[in-house]
Ligand binder design. Sequence first.
Ligand code: ADP
Ligand code: MG
Length: 310
Amino acid sequence: MIQFKNVSKQYADNLALDRLNLTIPSRDFFVLVGPSGSGKTTTLKMLNRLIEPTDGDIYFDDQRIIDYDLKQLRLQMGYVLQNIALFPNLNIQENIAIQAESLGWARKDRVARARQLLSQVDLDPDQYATRMPSELSGGEQQRVGIIRALAIKPKVVLMDEPFSALDPISRKQLQDLVLRLHRELKMTFVFVTHDMHEALRLGQHIAVMRLGHIQQVGTGDEIMQHPANDFVRGFFQNEHAPRPEVIQDLLNEGYGQSTTATATLAATAPMSELAAALQRADQVVVGTEHGARSLKTPDLLDYLATKEAD
Ligand code: ADP
Ligand code: MG
């Protein structure tokens, strides 16, 4: 269990955290969510003492983290960064095992652990273990960034907006992956995001932050059903306001085939018109600035499926 007790952080004249109180249960998937500048990163980095509080105490398994040996503490706290930052001159298995190496693990144990973790995230070790980081896609590199943090079996995994640079489909895949790893590995996950959707999708418990204060802590359901104040309600509602969707949104993601047929709908028309037209015909031609495209029902269904997953 992790506990923040009246923790404050002052940067020059800026009070970034004001007497924060927070309990994170062991093995929880705990999400800190809030807009930029709310103090999420500061809170997270205090757990591995990359940032020290100005005031207050943080406890990890009933001992003040300040009383831990720093190296021991950091071994318990795996850290996943937003920028993947794999070492470009080391291959994938060396990247994964870098901490294990510094701890003096034997080479064969390091290789075995790296290969096991690669399989666990569906990267075939025979293909990936000896590749260089530049030979992986962004999403693949981020998977390696995640398993690198898990390699020496920390008790807690700290993740600071690890997916914010990814496209929606990779992001969904990696969200599914961390949910699966959380189930399998039985570690505490502390995950920072500014995206309420992501928080609701991942968190067993969610703390909503604003300007250095916790606004509410609860399960996603509790927060949705009983927002503690207008800020939480607004943060949640803005994220959920149905945004006007037009056919162009779908075309932007590459759906449809070029055609020379005559368009019956404009790309600026609402998605609902496309849905209606597809009930009358098995193919609908849409006019865009760059020519016409034909769309079929599976295009619409696929598009909607990825939207729901966001
Ligand atoms: P978040 O991760 O929620 O965006 P941060 O924890 O990074 O928020 O920052 C909280 C507040 O503290 C912000 O106002 C930010 O500008 C300020 N801050 C963060 N790091 C520093 C620093 N090293 N020096 C001065 N101010 C900082
Ligand atoms: Mg941050």
